[in-house]
Design a protein around this ligand. Structure first.
Ligand SMILES: *[C@@H]1O[C@H](CO)[C@@H](O)[C@H](O)[C@H]1NC(C)=O
Ligand SMILES: *[C@@H]1O[C@H](CO)[C@@H](O)[C@H](O)[C@H]1NC(C)=O
Ligand SMILES: *[C@@H]1O[C@H](CO)[C@@H](O)[C@H](O)[C@H]1NC(C)=O
Ligand SMILES: [Zn+2]
Length: 969
């Protein structure tokens, strides 16, 4: 008897009743309007409250919201009635909840997932922002969330549709990424008010979006739906405890009876206007809002009644089919109803910038909280270093993986659309920094152990300096002898000018490379304002600079730092003015000419905008709205310039007559890249908002068009006062021409290369006037907007100070092609990391004999220039995740083309035994990733990839391929 019962139970959970996926959708009716009610809760991973506060439901006086109650009560409500459906989006929250559940609850959840009642959509760790994010971190955070779902629920847990209903504008790269993950559809919201209006009228809220029209073509197509209205429930139908709407009262004898009128209002006010906007007889109605369903039964109890009532009658002779649904069931229904063919125009551009109304351009958030954005970039840089080193040193023990996970997850949280965007409250912003810092600290533990193994040291005592950007670093300031390890996470060798603070410029420091060569060094004073940066814990007044040359790909070089007492070897001084003639003005502007040639000039300037309207104005953490009557002002006057020359670099230190602005203009010898490193803050905080910009002017004719990079990847052109798909009404000539700038701005000189300016973190920017473009680098606001708190961030008791850089590749360098904008931006986003360790009391010679001072995880084969090793990370026991990207596209015709590599020959640190290709997020095998076909494949667009033998892999321009490798050491 017992055996029989057991057998039945096992079969039940063993898959026979797994009815998830499209087969679990409630049937639609071809002769009726199908109303898809989509129960959902929008759970921000931090905004007005922190991630933890939202999870536990604490601080409800700030905002009511407790994710633990939401998921728990949804599970109970779904169990009561098999018809009910719910979607869950943010795996970062779901996973936290899952870890606290007992086996019985977990089994319940598995059953709800298996029968299609609980559906995961998107499935990333967070619902990431699409403006300020870098494609690598988006892919990582999707991968991490989807991995947890796949491991826990298998196929039924694998999302089929993306749901990005709150980010403030949508990027083209996001569409491309979702297509490559294998999603069948993409539901989004928050597009420009004029665009939305037009799409409603033209029945084009649904369309095919080609995320990579210039490169990946059809394989980047995705069916896209823009929500007809916002993601909240229709008026009168919010049954949540957080809502004031009346519940459904279905007893006709009650004086409170309201069922009929609620249903009629819904039909008349929501459904009827929607019918002409949707592409089929299916209408998607979100039923939820922020942090709703804390008491899910209340929502479902009322929806049950609404559904029963509406399905039991007609409305003025029209019958509606009202069903519980999910985004994937909705997409399937549209596909079936249209036979996969949409009449609307294919979209090939993006949804930036996003304006919710005439003067409400969400382009301020591209820059808000520049130090957070910088720290996020720094954290990702270190995460990639940490993943690679962990792989090479086979640090696969459980506790090591857990340490890597803290940074993976912190970065996943930070990609959330109120985190990296800077649209959260200040205490929440600080909490993100806490999470990232904690992740970095854990990863330092890994990198230290890994380097110990690779270098062959006995002690894992490698440290890193987090404050090198303001020349603070305890080891170089206090130790007489040091080993400096420079680790390069890129798949090609790089040169890096290492810059470390020292306290004494007279002690004679020598730097010796792994071959015993003593290197040229230069000592340069630290800018006076930098020395006074609030919170800087250093008395160093000098930086020591040396050039780490040819640091091996995915590898390191070690340098021996010794205080010898002998001054360093003399060398010819190098001066920027030998190459370029620079004129500095009293307000900080620069005019740079090539050999006195006015035709080759470019100019730079720092200005600030004054926000419109002061208090109550719309300039806020999200929105940029400068006062149209106040022209941009100079950041300071009576500038003083001090110039320094040396063998490696020349620097000009600029000082404004206020104490909140300065910059360093820098050129390295034998380099055609100039750098401006600014220090801004504390910004004056007054009666109006303030936005500081970096302006760049040229003599070039460039058709008012600039090239930017969508999430730092594919190039996307921006023309002033123009949108590709409708005639723009220009209401905000500045804010409306701002775009997310991740990676930089490039312009052409007619048909020739022009100039490229690369930034070091996400910022807003654009071309506002002829031959000028600009980046916004810092801002404060008087209004708080949705964040309910003005942007006036403080640190160390004063307004926050930010330091960052712009890198300028001039016309000559672009023409020569020595470095491309993409390559430079990779060198900044994935910079070489510097570790410090003590050599003990040994000489260089004895250290060199017993240690591995140079290492590359790659074998000695030379790799194609257009290959980027996007991901290398530990995956499972004896497996690693590898992503290769062909990162040079049509924007650089000289270097663009197919590339082929032999993966088995690539690595020196391990042997590749076998490999299997997956979709972009590595949560499904590529051969099993089958997508719903929308529209007919255009034979001209069909890409047939030459499939290489064995381990040979070919990549087209801009293609990314993902593999799980089985390896041995
Ligand atoms: C759907 O499209 C396919 C392919 O073009 C065609 O063969 C089929 O007849 C169409 N079906 C309907 C119902 O239109
Ligand atoms: C997905 O998870 C299952 C276990 O649930 C595992 O067997 C499978 O290998 C995973 N798929 C991929 C692509 O990793
Ligand atoms: C990696 O190290 C673990 C011990 O942490 C060991 O069990 C495993 O065999 C190693 N993997 C390979 C591929 O050598
Ligand atoms: Zn949100």
């Amino acid at each position: 008897m017992i055996y029989v019962i057991l057998f039945l139970v096992v079969t039940y959970f063993g898959g026979i009743h797994a009815e998830c996926g499209y087969q679990s959708c409630h049937p639609v009716k071809s002769d009726q309007i199908n109303i898809h009610l989509i129960p959902h809760s929008h759970d921000d991973l931090g905004w007005l409250k922190t991630f933890e506060q939202y999870y536990w439901g604490s601080h409800d006086n700030v905002q009511s919201g407790g994710v633990q109650y939401i998921i728990t009560s949804v599970v109970a409500a779904l169990k009561k009635n098999k018809d009910r459906r719910f979607i869950y989006v943010e795996t970062g929250f779901f996973w936290k909840w899952w870890l606290y559940q007992n086996e019985a609850t977990r089994e319940d959840v598995k059953q709800l997932v298996n029968n299609g009642q609980l559906e995961f959509v998107s499935g990333g760790w967070s619902m990431n922002d699409e403006g300020a994010t870098y494609y690598q971190t988006i892919i990582d955070q999707m991968t991490w969330g989807l991995r947890k779902l796949n491991e826990t629920f298998g196929e039924c847990g694998r999302p089929k549709v993306a749901w990005q209903i709150d980010p403030f504008g949508h990027s083209r790269e996001m569409a491309s990424i979702f297509a490559q993950i294998g999603f069948d559809g993409f539901i989004l919201n928050r597009i420009d008010y004029e665009d939305l209006d037009m799409r409603r009228k033209n029945r084009s809220l649904e369309f095919i979006w080609r995320g990579s029209p210039d490169h990946l073509g059809e394989s980047s197509d995705i069916f896209t739906n823009v929500l007809f209205r916002h993601y909240s429930a229709p008026a009168g139908l919010c049954f949540d405890v957080k809502c004031d709407d009346e519940p459904i009262i279905d007893d006709p004898n009650s004086p409170e009876y309201n069922l009929a009128s609620k249903a009629e209002d819904f039909v008349n006010n929501w459904i009827k206007p929607a019918i002409s906007a949707f592409s089929s007889n299916n209408i998607l109605v979100p039923m939820g809002d922020d942090f709703m369903y804390q008491y899910a039964e209340k929502n479902f109890f009322n929806m049950d009644k609404l559904i029963n009532y509406m399905n039991s009658r007609d409305f003025d002779g029209v019958k509606y089919n009202v069903i519980y649904s999910t985004p994937s069931c909705y997409v399937k229904a549209v596909h079936d109803a249209t036979n996969g063919t949409l009449n609307s125009a294919m979209k090939t551009d993006d949804f930036f910038p996003f304006a919710s109304e005439t003067h409400n351009y969400f382009t301020g958030y591209f820059t808000s909280r520049p130090t957070s954005k910088g720290y996020g970039r720094f954290s990702n840089n270190f995460l990639q270093v940490c993943k690679q080193l962990s792989t090479f040193a086979n640090l696969t023990a459980e506790d090591e993986n857990a340490k890597l996970d803290t940074l993976r997850e912190a970065l996943g949280v930070f990609q959330h659309h109120d985190a990296i965007t800077g649209t959260e409250k200040e205490n929440v912003a600080h909490d993100y920094i806490r999470l990232l810092h904690n992740g970095i600290t854990n990863c330092e533990n890994i990198t230290s152990k890994a380097l110990m193994k690779l270098v062959q040291l006995n002690e894992p005592d490698f440290t890193t300096c987090h404050m090198l950007n303001i020349s603070e670093c305890a080891p170089s300031e206090t130790e007489k002898n040091l080993i400096i390890t420079v680790y390069n996470p890129l798949g090609r060798p790089v040169n890096k000018y290492v810059r470390i603070p020292i306290t004494d410029n007279s002690t004679g420091i020598t730097i010796t490379d792994p071959n015993g060569n003593q290197l040229t060094t230069q000592i340069i004073p630290i800018h006076g304002y930098v020395q006074k940066t609030p919170g800087r814990n250093s008395s160093a007044q000098y930086d020591l600079v040396f050039k780490a040359e040819n640091v091996p790909p995915l590898g390191y070089k070690q340098y021996f730092f010794e205080t010898t007492g002998n001054s360093s070897i003399p060398n010819e001084d190098f001066s920027k003015s030998e190459k370029l003639q620079v004129v500095y003005s009293e307000n900080g502007d620069q005019l740079t000419m090539k050999n006195g040639d006015y035709q080759g000039y470019y100019g730079t300037a720092y200005r600030y905008y004054t926000g419109f309207g002061g208090e109550g104005g719309t300039d806020d953490p999200y929105v940029f709205r400068p006062d149209p009557d106040i022209s941009p002002q100079s950041v300071g006057h009576n500038f003083i310039y001090i110039q320094y020359y040396g063998p490696l670099l020349s620097e000009t230190h600029a000082y404004a007559d206020n104490e909140w602005f300065s910059y360093v203009d820098r050129v390295h010898a034998q380099s055609s890249i100039s750098e401006q490193e600014y220090l801004i803050g504390p910004l004056p905080y007054g009666r109006t908002s303030m936005e500081v910009i970096f302006q760049f002017s040229t003599h070039f004719e460039y058709d008012d068009q600039i090239t930017t990079y969508s999430n730092g990847r594919e190039s996307i052109n921006r023309a002033r006062d123009h949108r590709d798909t409708w005639n723009l009404t220009v209401t905000e000539p500045i804010a409306g021409n701002y775009y997310p700038i991740v990676g930089g701005i490039t312009i052409q000189n007619g048909s020739k290369p022009g100039i490229a300016v690369i930034n070091d973190r996400a910022q807003g920017g654009g071309s506002i006037s002829y031959q000028n473009f600009e980046f916004m680098i810092h801002r404060n606001t008087i209004s708080g907007g949705g964040a309910q708190e003005p942007l006036n961030e403080t640190a160390f008791g004063v307004g926050v100070v930010t330091r960052g850089s712009f890198y300028i590749i001039d016309e000559k360098a672009l023409t020569l092609g020595t470095i491309t904008p993409k390559e430079l931006s990779q060198e900044i986003y994935l910079g070489s990391w510097i570790f410090f360790t003590s050599p003990g009391n040994v000489s260089f010679e004895s250290y060199q004999k017993t240690h591995v001072m140079e290492f590359s995880g790659l074998s000695n084969v030379s790799l194609p220039r257009n290959l980027h090793i996007l991901t290398l990370e530990p995956w499972g026991p004896s497996t690693v995740l590898l992503r290769l990207e062909n990162f040079i596209g049509n924007e650089d015709k000289t270097n663009s083309g197919l590339l082929t590599v032999d993966i088995q020959q690539m690595f020196s640190a391990f042997k590749v035994e076998s490999m299997r290709e997956t979709n972009l997020a590595a949560n499904n095998w590529l051969e099993e990733t089958v997508r719903m076909q929308f529209n007919q494949p255009d034979p001209k667009q069909k890409k047939v990839l030459p499939q290489g033998n064995n381990f040979n892999v070919t990549l087209e321009p801009m293609q990314i391929r993902t593999f799980i490798l089985t390896i041995s050491y």
